[in-house]
Design a protein around this ligand. Structure first.
Ligand SMILES: [Zn+2]
Length: 162
């Protein structure tokens, strides 16, 4: 940049920015911090707004990351419950856990931008889902009726292509 910004270089830049964010008039900000009105104006329009939108973007990304972490955590718990329910032969709980895990996967996919809202989305192509599905089917091997029911429910909940 050819011209330095007297506001950006100002030792009280942070206070100036805070004052500007509250909507204080340029003239009073300039007077208070010993700056020229035009410098304050230029700083607010060229530097502060860019800085603010960048901060907002970073915040949004952080929130999405946090959400992703939470869904991953939920998924871990759902799979844990599924494992325990299978061991205990509690098929009702196992089914509920499967349904929860499936929803989590869809949400994870959406958050990761891998899936979108269009009905053509194919969850069955997701490697995590295929893996989970194989685990489910294997776990239900001794219970053929339940296995058929689960498979049917999974197909119906997919793309309606079953
Ligand atoms: Zn500036």
């Amino acid at each position: 940049m050819p011209r330095r910004c007297t506001v950006c270089d100002h030792p009280q830049k942070h206070s100036i920015d805070e004052t500007l964010i509250t909507g204080a008039p340029y003239r009073s900000v300039a007077k208070r911090f010993g700056l020229s009105e035009s410098a304050v104006y230029r700083h607010k329009t060229e530097h502060l707004s860019a800085h603010l939108s960048k901060a907002r973007e970073a915040e949004e990304v952080a929130q999405a990351d946090d959400l992703l972490d939470q869904v991953r955590d939920l998924q871990g718990r759902a799979l844990d419950i599924l494992g325990r329910a299978e061991k205990a032969g509690d098929l009702r709980t196992a089914l509920a856990a499967i349904s929860q895990a499936r929803g989590n996967l869809e949400l994870l996919g959406k958050l990761a931008g891998e899936l979108d809202e269009r009905p053509v989305v194919n969850l069955n192509a997701s490697p995590e889902w295929l893996e989970l599905r194989a685990v489910i089917v294997a776990a239900l091997k001794p219970y053929s009726d339940a296995r058929v029911a689960v498979l049917r429910a999974l197909e119906a909940g997919g793309n309606g292509s079953a």
